[in-house]
Each structure stands twice: as structure tokens, then as C-alpha cells.
Design a protein around this ligand. Sequence first.
Ligand code: SAM
Length: 224
Amino acid sequence: MLSIVSTPIGNLGDITLRALDILKTCDAIVCEDTRVTGQLLKLLNLPKKELISCHGYSDEGKVAMVINRLKDGQNLVLVSDAGTPGISDPGFAIVSKARESNIAIQVIPGASAFLAALSASGLPINQFVYLGFLPLKKGRQTLLKSFVEEERTIVFYESVHRIEKTLHELADALKDQPQRPVVVARELTKMHETVVATTVEQLPGIAASITQKGEFVVVVGPVR
Ligand code: SAM
């Protein structure tokens, strides 16, 4: 059986009871960075487990090895460094190969940064578009310009290294919609969590105020 397990995005208290149970009883854990997952087990007072680092299709041999072990009847857990495996993280290769191989799969849902940001945003979220990380070069400007006509809420991830530049580019792409709402969520579930609800015209000021490190989710309200 393959168990896909979400882990906290910052606050350890967000681990679920099912996740704890499965992490305790599995044969091994397939993860991104063995140090990150090893530390998670330690902080949760869980027993040490065999940790298999696997980064998806770039690790073809590892994916095949994991699938063989599942075929042999082992109970393996798939996690990523934080949040839900496969959401802007490795996981897809193993889950799709496991499906192709008719291996039993169960999912243990939990935290994901974009869901936390959406629900905290106060923006309409009956429909939304999740974009993961924006492309760095090819297609980036076209994508940003497409926001002008997007009638659903848009949500994407950004790193601390690029957040300032991205907010400036977003302000530029939407300059004809100065009142369009934008929410910048930082360090969700952590000690320095901040959720700033603002508008396109305020974005340059918000960008200039970001000096601390952190992880970011940006939510853009729908065009009216
Ligand atoms: N699999 C994860 C999930 O389910 O949310 C996402 C992994 S992705 C590699 C990491 C990005 O998610 C970060 O760069 C940041 O944009 C966002 N992120 C993760 N944790 C966050 C947090 N606590 N607060 C805000 N954004 C976060």
C-alpha cells in the first residue's frame, strides 16, 4: 500500500492523527530531503524509519525501486518536505506509476500552503486557479497579462528571493485595475504569520516593506 501523507507547513500541531499512525507503522518513508523528514520524525517523537530520498522522474531508478517494493507488499509512505506531496513538490511520478501498476493507494490529507492562504484571504474562493510557482522566464509576462481578464481568484507561490520583483511585475501587469484586491500571505501557521490584504496600487509599497525572510503565497482577486 502507498500512503500519501501531508505534513505541516510550519506548525507541527497541524500533523493529523492518521498521519502520525501511518508514519509510526509504515515500512519506510519516501521523501524529498532525508534530513528534513528525519527531523520531522524526531520532533514528533516518532520512531526512526528507513528514509528513501526520491525527486520524481529525475530519479527513475528510485521510482522503479519504490514501485517494486510496493508490489512486494510493503507499506510505504510518500511525504514531501512540507505540505501536500505533488503540490509544487515531487510525488507525481510515484503516484502515477503506482496507479499504472494497480497498487493500492490511500491519501491522508492535511496542510497545503495555497489552501491556507485562500481560506484566510477573504476573497471569493468558490472557484480559483492555482498556478504553483510562476514561470521564471518563458511565458511569465504573458501569464501575468492574462490575469487582467481572469474571473476566478488566482493563487501562486513565491520565494523570498523573488517576492519583491514579482509584486512589482504584478502591479505593472494590472496597472489599469488599481483597486483589484491582492492578498500576500507570509509564513502561514508559523510564529511570524502575516496576511496582508491590499490592492494593486498599494503593491509597490508592500514590496518595499518586505525585508525579512519567509515563504509567500500571493492571492489575486477576480476581475469584476
Ligand atoms: N507542497 C507544499 C504545499 O502543499 O503547500 C508546497 C511546496 S513548494 C516547494 C514551497 C512553497 O510553498 C514556498 O516557496 C511558499 O511559496 C509556499 N509555502 C510553503 N509553506 C508556506 C508557509 N508556511 N507560508 C506561506 N507560504 C508557504
